[in-house]
Design a protein around this ligand. Structure first.
Ligand SMILES: *[C@@H]1O[C@H](CO)[C@@H](O)[C@H](O)[C@H]1NC(C)=O
Length: 204
């Protein structure tokens, strides 16, 4: 047993220890939220209008953000959140046709439901969805109804099964002070990168 230890186990432990010590340290490249938000805003809201390199840079910066709320999925959401940046290839970034994009918002109706909307002139496309906490960092989302409005009036509406949708995997959530505003900022993968902000009303 002693021999086995000396011949087999000891070298293994020492080998591992050596590997541990000499293992290259991850570079400390944590990103602060404010400069991240500024660069995401500069490139956004529609990431696919930018170069692949720009899109990759935003995504890798998002993955290196530090100082998030440790339980982002439990942060209560209310009011209107505006899209700052989206890496999504489709219309969820607001992209309608060619280089034309609408304004994307996420409006929280209550503790379970929210509306994703794309607005372009008098046209508004809404997607009602339900959200459900999966774990401390992730929510599942289920699509329930689409509505098309022109000048606010519904012209078409369609119920969806409500059994499929997507998920929000949070990379960062927290309050940011930018200029004279305090904002709740959310950075998540759906799996495309989404950055949204909600101006907090401090007059209350
Ligand atoms: C939240 O709003 C949705 C959509 O209007 C509604 O269907 C749902 O019953 C509401 N839930 C609660 C808990 O109020």
């Amino acid at each position: 047993m002693k021999r086995l230890f000396r011949v087999l186990i000891l070298p293994l432990l020492l080998g591992n220890a050596a590997a541990w010590v000499s293992f290259p340290k991850q570079p400390q490249t944590s990103t602060a939220i404010l400069p991240f938000l500024e660069s995401a805003r500069k490139l956004g809201p529609v990431g696919t209008f930018r170069s692949m390199k720009d899109q990759d840079d935003v995504l890798s910066a998002a993955k290196q953000l530090s100082g998030s709320d440790p339980r982002p999925a439990d942060v209560p959401l209310q009011g209107v959140h505006r899209l700052v940046y989206s890496g999504a290839p489709g219309a969820s970034s607001g992209k309608l046709f060619g280089k034309v994009a609408g304004q994307v918002t996420q409006t929280f109706v209550n503790s379970t439901h929210f509306i994703n909307a794309v607005e372009w002139g008098p046209l508004k496309i809404e997607l009602l969805a339900r959200r459900q906490r999966k774990n401390a960092k992730q929510l599942d989302v289920f699509f329930e109804e689409t509505t098309i409005r022109v000048f606010g009036q519904p012209v078409s509406s369609k119920r969806l099964p409500g059994t499929s949708g997507g998920s929000w995997k949070y990379l960062w959530v927290g309050v940011v002070e930018e200029g004279s505003n305090r904002k709740l900022v959310r950075v998540m993968e759906t799996p495309s990168l989404f950055v949204l902000e909600h101006v907090l009303d401090d007059n209350k």
